[in-house]
Design a protein around this ligand. Structure first.
Ligand SMILES: Cc1cc2nc3c(=O)[nH]c(=O)nc-3n(C[C@H](O)[C@H](O)[C@H](O)COP(=O)(O)O)c2cc1C
Length: 221
C-alpha cells in the first residue's frame, strides 16, 4: 500500500508543478510605458498577416498602430489555412516547397503611403506564403519598409534577407523580432504578451525614427 501512496504523492507534486508553470507562462508581462520619442515623417501603413488564434503578429501590429497612428491592412486569404496546427503545417509546407503564393481577398493599395510596416509570422524560417503573394504585387517599390515578425523560438530565420531580395527597390530598415508561440504555447493561448510588452515596439520605433538627425536609421544590409 505504501508504494501506492508514494506514487500518488509524486503524481500530485508533478501536477501542481505543471499547473504553476502553466500559470506563470500565461501571465502577461507588464511594464510601465516608456516615452515615445520617435518622429515619423510621412504617411504610414501597417500590412500584416497573422494566422494563429493567439494572433501574435496582429498584436504587435496593433502596438505599432497605437504608437504611429498608421492605417492597418490585414492580409486575408481567399481560402485560409486549415486548423488544427498539424494541418496548417502540412498545407504551408506544401505551398512553400512548391513556391505557391495563395490568393488574397484583397491586396492593399499603398499609393500615397511613405512608410510601410510589414509583419508576418515566421514559417519555416521565412515570411508566410500570403505575404509572398502580397510582395508579388510590387507595392513596396520606393517605400521605406520596417519589417517585423513573430516566431516560436527559432528567431527570424532568413525573413529579412528574403525580403531584401524580393524588394530591391524598397528601403528596408532593421526589423523587429518578437517571440510569439511555440506549439505548446499556442495550445495554451500563450503568445507575445507573455514574452514582450509594447515597450519593445516603442524602443524599436525610437531607434529607427529619431526625433533629431537623419532618419530613418538602421538600414538592413
Ligand atoms: C506553418 C508554420 C510554420 C512555422 N515555422 C516556424 C519556424 O520556422 N520557426 C519558428 O520559430 N516558429 C515557427 N512557427 C511558429 C510561428 O512563427 C509563431 O507561432 C508565430 O508567433 C505565429 O504568429 P501568428 O499568431 O501571428 O499566426 C511556425 C508556425 C506555423 C503554423
Amino acid at each position: 500500500m505504501k508504494p501506492f501512496f508514494i506514487a500518488l504523492a509524486v503524481i500530485a507534486v508533478i501536477f501542481v508543478c505543471i499547473v504553476v508553470a502553466g500559470a506563470l507562462m500565461i501571465r502577461k508581462k507588464e511594464a510601465p510605458p516608456i516615452p515615445l520619442t520617435a518622429n515619423l515623417r510621412g504617411r504610414i501603413a501597417i500590412v500584416v498577416y497573422s494566422q494563429s488564434k493567439v494572433r501574435n503578429t496582429a498584436e504587435v501590429a496593433e502596438w505599432i498602430r497605437k504608437n504611429t497612428g498608421g492605417d492597418m491592412f490585414s492580409l486575408e486569404m481567399e481560402t485560409p489555412y486549415p486548423e488544427p496546427y498539424s494541418e496548417t503545417l502540412k498545407a504551408a509546407s506544401k505551398d512553400i516547397s512548391e513556391g505557391k503564393h495563395p490568393a488574397l481577398v484583397d491586396v492593399p493599395d499603398l499609393s500615397g503611403y511613405d512608410i510601410v510596416f510589414l509583419g508576418s509570422p515566421i514559417w519555416y524560417g521565412t515570411y508566410a506564403p500570403p505575404v509572398a503573394t502580397f510582395l508579388d504585387s510590387d507595392k513596396l517599390a520606393g517605400k521605406v519598409v520596417a519589417p517585423f515578425c513573430t516566431h516560436g523560438g527559432g528567431g527570424a530565420g532568413h525573413f529579412f534577407a528574403d525580403l531584401r531580395k524580393e524588394c530591391p527597390e524598397a528601403r528596408i530598415l532593421d526589423g523587429l523580432v518578437i517571440r510569439g508561440s511555440n506549439q505548446i504555447e499556442r495550445r495554451l493561448g500563450v503568445g507575445v504578451t507573455s514574452h514582450h510588452t509594447e515597450n519593445d515596439v516603442i524602443t524599436w520605433l525610437n531607434s529607427l525614427f529619431p526625433a533629431d538627425g537623419p532618419q530613418p536609421q538602421g538600414e538592413q544590409k
